[in-house]
Design a protein around this ligand. Structure first.
Ligand SMILES: Nc1ncnc2c1ncn2[C@@H]1O[C@H](COP(=O)(O)OP(=O)(O)OP(=O)(O)O)[C@@H](O)[C@H]1O
Ligand SMILES: [Mg+2]
Length: 320
């Protein structure tokens, strides 16, 4: 194992396990050279077609156009280990293609748990989560994660000796035998609102905010191996974000928000973002899902948030 860079390591009982229920319980750690293979392949999240030029008009026209939802969640339940509390209590949610869905709610309401079901960081019941109409439980988990990728609150970097930003961005394609050119790496860094010159910077020298943007670039770096999307000019990818700007300063936050909106407009990216900031959700989401005590109590456009009727939802919004 490499160096002192391995921080906040999880207990082995909670580690990645392809067949198991709980693949990763807390992503807040750094990756070391000797551990890349297993852990990184679980963590690296692939985006389809993002290196291709997008068509803003087509992407915008297709967004939320009334077709079948990109993701359909039905009766999703999750109980804490050992028959403990019910964390998700029959969640129903449709995520339309090409829109940003914001998930808000009180701490502990199950937002991260919901998000993590969508690319099987835990195993939902059969039929509870459909992607493009397919039960995600029937998909190969790695293939699923090439279509549904996630950024966490804390970014995980390969930051061992001589591991640069470019190394991190190249990692996913490299696993599939593709070496991104310098120009491609720089383009991805720009997409994530980083100075392309940062490519040669050691990953160990990044601030958390910078590391988060490198993690976004790394997520965007993965090319699709097969795109089942019926509209091949659009990416079929879903980006899951769990409080992606919680470690960022306001300007970096705005830049990331702008990046996400741009990716939606130009690539037709579908995004599900958990945030504690109601204002942030109002800025970038097309739909807001309010989760309270493991239940979706409202799904509505951000402009109608003040009309939320559920008493806990109203209280949460008043205090936010
Ligand atoms: N692996 C687990 N085992 C047991 N309980 C868990 C597990 N993961 C989450 N929980 C519990 O489930 C509830 C929901 O957790 P979750 O992390 O989804 O909430 P959240 O809405 O994302 O909260 P926050 O806003 O603080 O991030 C919490 O009560 C939490 O303690
Ligand atoms: Mg959370």
């Amino acid at each position: 194992m490499d160096s002192a860079s391995h921080q906040q390591q999880q207990p082995s009982s909670q580690r990645a396990n392809h067949a198991g229920v709980e693949l990763i319980t807390s992503p807040a750690f750094r990756l070391s050279d000797g551990e890349e293979d297993d852990e990184a392949r679980e963590l690296l999240l692939d985006v389809g077609g993002l290196l291709l030029a997008g068509d803003e008009d087509e992407a915008t026209a297709a967004a939320g156009s009334g077709g079948p939802p990109k993701i359909r969640v039905r009766g999703l339940r999750r109980r804490a280990a050992g028959g403990g509390q019910e964390i998700l209590r029959g969640v129903d949610l449709d995520v339309p293609r090409g829109v940003v869905v914001g998930v808000i709610g009180p701490s502990g309401s199950g937002k991260s748990t919901l998000l993590r079901a969508l690319n099987r960081l835990w195993e939902p019941a059969a039929g509870a989560v459909l992607l493009d109409g397919d039960d995600i439980c029937c998909l190969d988990v790695r293939a699923l994660r090439r279509r549904v990728g996630m950024l966490f609150q804390q970014p995980a970097m390969f930051d061992g000796t001589s591991r640069t930003v470019a190394y991190n961005v190249r990692y996913g394609p490299q696993l599939r035998g593709k070496k991104l050119t310098d120009a491609e790496v720089q383009n991805l860094l720009s997409l994530a609102d980083l100075d392309p010159a940062m490519a040669s910077k050691p990953a160990s020298e990044l601030s958390v905010g910078q590391a988060q943007r490198v993690a976004l670039a790394r997520t965007l770096a993965n090319e699709p191996e097969a795109c089942p999307c019926t509209q091949p000019h659009l990416t079929c990818f879903v980006l899951l974000l769990d409080e992606p700007t919680s470690a960022l300063d306001p300007i970096s936050t705005q830049n990331i928000e702008d990046t996400l909106v741009r990716l939606k407009k130009t690539k037709g990216l579908t995004t599900v973002m958990v945030s504690h900031s109601v204002k942030q959700i109002q800025r970038i989401a097309d739909l807001v899902c309010l989760l309270v005590a493991g239940e979706v109590v409202e799904v509505l456009p951000p402009s109608e948030l003040s009309n939320a009727r559920h008493p806990m939802a109203r209280r949460f919004l008043e205090l936010s």
